[in-house]
Write a protein that binds this ligand. Sequence first.
Ligand code: FES
Length: 505
Amino acid sequence: MTHDTDADVCVIGAGIAGVTTAYLLAMEGRSVVLIDDGTPGCGQTGVTTAHLSAEIDDGYTEIVRLHGVDGARLACDSHQAAITRIETICTQEGIDADFHRVSGYLFLSPEHGEQILHEEMAAAQRAGLEVEQLRHAPVNGFNSGPCLHFPRQGQFHPLKYLNGLIEAFTRSGGRVYGGVRATTVTGGKLALVETAPGPRIRSTAVVVATNVPFVDVFAIHTKQAPYYTYVIGARIPPDAVTPALYWDTHDPYHYVRVQRTSNAALGGDNDDVVDVLIVGGEDHKTAQASDTEERFGALEQWMRERFPSAAAVEFRWSGQVMETQDGLGFIGRNPLDADNVYVATGDSGMGMTHGTIAGMLICDLIQGRNNPWAELYDPSRIRVGAAGEFLKENLNVAAQYTSYITPGEVSSLDEITPATGAIVREGARKVAVFRDEAGEIHKVSAVCTHLGCIVGWNKAASTWDCPCHGSRFDAYGRVLNGPASKDLEKIASHSEDRANEHVQK
Ligand code: FES
């Protein structure tokens, strides 16, 4: 992108929410510019395990408590419609995204009795979801015990889908610019998006779909919290485990599905069919745990106890989930902003359906149509029943500011091994220090550029993550994920010896 440009709508963020919104608007003849500071799908869409479920992951028992039966019915309707929309788009656009309808099974964690299943089944039925209780799931390779069965859920390959959607978008005249970071959004009759490279985009509406919006300071960030989740993948013999979505009642829950692929796709030298078991869980509040290896280890042990056909773990990755205080995403007009600035955030562990709902809902709002889900997902909403969660998460955020007075994590830069980072204290300030593969030290301020919490090193992703509202920065301090919109402040390099003099544990 080299020049200022005009469009009907500017969409910021090329993950599933942004791309779906851009695609649906383009299909209605609107002129749309889609920008992303990286490449499409380089954020959380690229690391999701892509469960497509209308059984909300907090459970309908909780959704009915927080949103009432009518709200739960709308939530169920919206997630079912999102799965159907993905299936329809794959068919209409000829996108081979490995979309399949599969059953979902919710099974008991050892600490729970069957009562929890009875209650959830009753709540899900009140929400309008088809569900039955079984003595065990009728599947190969897994002894579930008592479980709930949700027919006709789904799974797909999110990046194949995203790429197909972008091709369809550009065929319809949509414009996509990667490597363009939006820095400010000014709403109003003619909204203006300013970008880091310089060119500006003028439009009649702006959609901020950057996982966590950078255009909001308090209104949304106090109502959602960042959590980190871990995933492993291991080969299983073909058909050893029936493809389905499996998850348990543990808190945080474990989640499992099967992805069929080819040996060549995994780097092998033939096209033999390969099934990969994908297992996730071990979530914790972002940047508030550093036992990454232990968490991957616990996940593997959990898998081996339940899926004995799994071979060695070949794949490991992690991702961030934005958990809202009431279990549903924030989708609609940005609070305290002009009427033509829209946001989509708060994936709540269901980013693929919430992202698709965002596309459908925001498209309706921009096109001036009523949408029955608008009030349910309104980012300005406050649910009285969520007050306890709001208080708990915001007390947790307040507690993070005590990091200003705690010691550093290492007493000498020598303790930082290549390709890792640690927080050190230099006099009164905290410094985020990264040692690259070549042994060179890189230092940035550890103070998050959003609201000043102290970031922490994420071993699983080699990033600096903020424990307060989910901002993430690469090892050199460049912002990857909002709400922060600015990089961590660079600290002038001293020689390593001199820097060591200032390190205080
Ligand atoms: Fe808000 Fe860092 S994300 S202070």
